[in-house]
Design a protein around this ligand. Structure first.
Ligand code: NIG
Ligand code: FE
Length: 419
């Protein structure tokens, strides 16, 4: 049971669009009770206390006048990788662009070399410590993509590592196959053969093994995968039963958003260069628009996604970290919320909706997580401040005091509690 909250932000009532994004469903002095990992009561404290029988086994958390919000959902990460790209970061500080480094064989391909060289067990260990960092910052559900293997064996190794880290960590992990993250060096002179491999061998191999991936994602970009190639890959993925996602219009306007809408994708991500027409297509198709302001911040020479325009046009807008070693080594959702407020014009309630219930919708988890409602997983963050408006005000730093995952305290004042 959680009592003593100054405000309990529920985000009840499903994913939010338009003006509803401004209503966080906050209950002043609200309380919450959970049993067996799920929420059994939520509302004003007196009602919750009256509705729920407590006993000697009941664990009561006193929020002591702080705010309680749904656990953050991060619907877009690439956190399963080996190595780092700190040197490239320094080169970018000196003026080199992300695209220039990629064209020289750095970028994603640099991480592919390190990830191919790592064992599955090493990837699991790296992943587990990163999941701890996410938990410390209030994330309770996270999507993780493969895409640094780029061969059948190495993609399977990455996806098995993701499955194993999920088994060993309290966070909920939603896995995505992203063999179409880049064309590997050995296929550079015959790219069509790599698309054939994705469609003919990799996707069926991933589909054949239970629990390896729920979604398939493609980097639709100049010099990576064209709209036609992306369509071919994602259509095959749909036939095999995967939900689909698109890295769309990150570095240029190639029409990735329109493709995502056409395919009925769960989400289109990045959207830095998407024109109004593409955004309107996303709204019409119900494809969630996932914005990654940490990436714009880290790329330095990139614009921010036009979240205000997306909201005007009726899109379901979500936020994610994009945590990866190149374009966004940051993973803390409170920092992402800060950037969304400071550079994308969201207010703190809108940004929190985008980082919880709308983010859950981007990964098909809106019935399970993203809001504090009876029947959902008891995934809860107790902030160190009295209102969710303080999250961006403190620039995302030090705002998470305690984290409850499925009814169990997993973070307590800056420490991860291992079972
Ligand atoms: O979302 N755009 C492609 N993928 C990542 C970058 C991955 C990397 O640089 O390693 C992104 O920005
Ligand atoms: Fe990404």
């Amino acid at each position: 049971m959680i009592v003593g909250a100054a405000e309990l932000v529920t985000m009840a009532g499903g994913p939010r669009r338009g003006d509803r994004m401004q209503d966080p469903g906050a209950i002043p002095g609200g309380a919450l009770a959970a049993r067996g990992g799920r929420i059994v009561a939520v509302g004003p404290a007196d009602e919750v206390l009256a509705a729920v029988e407590t006993g000697p086994d009941t664990q009561v958390i006193d929020a002591r006048g702080r705010a309680v919000v749904p656990g953050f959902v991060d619907p877009h990460t690439h956190l399963c990788f080996a190595g780092d790209r700190a040197e490239e970061f320094a080169l970018r500080l000196g003026g080199a662009t992300y695209q220039e480094l990629a064209a020289r064989g750095g970028g994603i391909l640099q991480t592919v070399r390190a990830t191919r060289a790592a064992s599955q067990a090493e990837l699991v260990d790296l992943g587990l410590s990163r999941l701890d960092l996410l938990a410390l910052n209030g994330t309770t559900t996270v999507e993780v993509k493969s895409g640094y293997g780029l061969s059948t064996a190495d993609e399977l190794k990455q996806l098995r590592a993701i499955r194993e880290m999920a088994r060993r960590h309290p966070l909920t992990v939603v896995p995505t196959f992203m063999g179409a993250h880049e064309v590997p060096p050995e296929y550079r002179s015959r790219r069509e053969a790599y698309v054939d491999l994705l469609v003919g061998e990799m996707l069926p191999a991933v589909a054949a093994e239970p629990g390896l991936a729920r979604y398939a994602d493609v980097f639709t970009e100049h010099g990576v995968f064209s709209v036609e190639e992306s369509r071919r890959i994602l259509q095959r993925a749909k036939e095999l039963g995967f939900g689909v996602k698109v890295h769309a219009d990150e570095l240029s306007d190639l029409g990735g958003a329109a493709l995502a809408a056409e395919l009925g994708a769960a989400s289109a991500e990045h959207l830095l260069h998407t024109p109004d027409e593409g955004l309107a297509r996303l709204a019409e198709a119900g494809t969630v628009a996932v914005c990654l302001p940490g990436t714009s911040f880290c790329l330095m020479n990139a614009p921010y996604a036009r979240a205000r325009r997306m909201i005007e046009l009726g899109c379901t807008v979500a936020l994610a970290s994009d945590f990866n070693p190149g374009s966004c080594p940051a993973y803390a959702m409170p920092f992402v919320i800060t950037l969304a407020c400071m550079y994308m014009g969201l207010n703190p309630s809108e940004a929190l909706a985008a980082a919880t219930i709308n983010a859950a919708a981007a990964i098909g988890m809106e019935a399970e997580v993203g809001s504090l409602e009876v029947g959902k997983l008891a995934d809860v963050v107790i902030l160190s401040c009295p209102s969710h408006w303080h999250i961006p005000y403190h620039m995302g730093m030090g705002v998470v005091a305690q984290v409850v995952k499925q009814g169990r305290l997993i973070v307590d004042e800056g420490r991860v509690i291992r079972r």
